[in-house]
Ligand binder design. Structure first.
Ligand code: AMP
Length: 401
């Protein structure tokens, strides 16, 4: 359902408390290696300051201990980068405590068209805990709440849920990126053009079980790759050598396979594999000629027959959603399955399919290949888009007007 966006309300001289997702990767020297998340929030940020609003930005970064300031996880570099992008607009950064007196005084002194960025919310354990007093303090910094953090939209952190709850009665709106993410994913999931094909990969089947259950009966084809495929193959009695299998999920995997058989959804599993002896560039490589993996070998990518079969499905699809890489894409040659499927999705998109790659590692793979522009939508939220594939509501989004 469409939500009210930041563009649709008056913001002049109002303090807009905007939750963004500036959880950007940095190298050891503290330099930002990918500022896409900051760039994508710019339209919402500009919408506030260009109309004379007073913008208070809040975000988390990384996984701090939750008991105070940690310089390696400060949001200062993100705040500085935002200032550079906005050319000439100063971003006030009041320092080490997002709810401290310095922060409060700076918020009170904020003028029309000015921006302030609070320090990493997760320096307080209360953020993850959704604690009410912490949230009330943050809520007092805004007249308007704006959710522009799709990457965290599936979480119940204070800034996502308890803060908007504490601001009931005040306008609570969606950022423009959040709205775009929701529209793309909802449209694809609820009104897909068929055939509707979903690719699921990544390390663990346990992360994707909810999505598979929900997709069976709703999508035409599920293509499974990555290590998660091995637990499903184990469930139909294949040998997987030393590959990553989740033994406690084999029974559930068996049920999934049965469920798919009696539904309209075809669930395709790898027919062959590219294997290695270890997770390294130097590893010997073996391609199997069937779904079994010999002892002492690790399955690390989908094999050529599997790629061919999956590419065939992708080429006739009209809606494609992809979550999770098909192999260990970080280490060539085990990136080949992921790369070839990414290219196949781009060419299906050129022929008119809607394609969405859902955050995390698959989005990173697509970016690294320079193929991001070939997709209809590259999501900023792996977890949140998976949540939507599971058919679950995003509580933080439910709280928006
Ligand atoms: P996820 O976070 O669940 O999407 O998993 C992404 C991770 O899964 C990546 O780091 C991949 O290297 C890893 N992965 C994919 N395929 C395999 C595999 N066959 N064996 C081990 N790890 C894998």
């Amino acid at each position: 359902m469409p939500r009210k966006t930041i563009n649709q309300i008056e913001v002049a001289s109002q303090r807009v408390l905007m939750r963004v997702d500036f959880n950007v990767p940095m190298d050891d020297s503290g330099a930002i290696t990918d500022d896409r998340r900051i760039k994508l929030a710019l339209p919402s940020i500009r919408s506030v300051i260009d109309r004379g609003g007073r913008l208070v930005l809040m975000s988390h970064r990384g996984r701090p201990m939750g008991n105070g300031y940690e310089s390696a996880l400060s949001l200062k570099p993100a705040s500085d980068r935002l200032g550079q992008m906005l050319e000439g607009v100063r971003v006030i950064f009041p320092g080490e405590d997002c709810i401290g007196d310095d922060a409060r005084k700076s918020v009170e002194a904020l003028g029309d068209g000015e921006i302030l960025m609070l320090e990493n919310l997760r320096f307080h354990a209360q953020e993850k805990a959704g604690e009410v007093n912490f949230a009330t303090r943050l809520a007092s910094f805004g007249d308007i709440y704006c959710n522009e953090a799709f990457g965290t939209a599936h979480r119940s952190d204070a800034s996502m849920v308890t803060v908007p709850l504490a601001m009931e009665g005040k306008p609570r709106v969606a950022g423009l990126l959040l709205q775009r993410e929701l529209t793309f994913l909802r449209e694809a999931i609820e009104h897909p053009k068929r055939p509707f094909v979903v690719l699921l990969g990544g390390a663990k089947v346990s992360d994707k079980i909810g999505a598979i259950h929900n997709l069976i009966g709703n999508v035409d084809t599920i293509l499974v790759g990555g290590a998660m495929a091995y637990t499903l193959l184990q469930a139909v009695d294949h040998d997987l050598g030393a590959s990553l299998v989740e033994p406690d999920k084999v029974e559930e995997a068996r049920r999934i396979i049965e469920e798919a058989k009696s539904s309209m959804t075809e669930l395709l599993l790898p027919r062959d594999h590219v294997c290695g002896k270890e997770l390294s560039h130097q590893s010997p490589v073996k391609v199997t000629d069937g779904p079994d993996i010999p002892d002492d070998w690790l399955g690390l990518d989908i094999g050529p027959l599997t790629r061919e079969a999956y590419i065939k499905k992708i080429s006739t699809a009209r809606t494609i959603i992809w979550n999770g890489p098909m192999g260990v894409f970080e280490i060539p040659p085990f990136d080949e399955g992921t790369n070839q499927l990414a290219r196949a999705i781009v060419s299906a998109t050129e022929s008119g399919a809607i394609s969405i790659v859902g955050g995390g590692d698959s989005a990173a793979a697509v970016e690294a290949l320079g193929l991001a522009n070939g997709f209809s939508h590259v999501s900023t939220g792996g977890g949140a888009s998976l949540h939507m594939l599971e058919g679950r509501k995003l509580l933080s989004v439910e709280l928006i007007d």
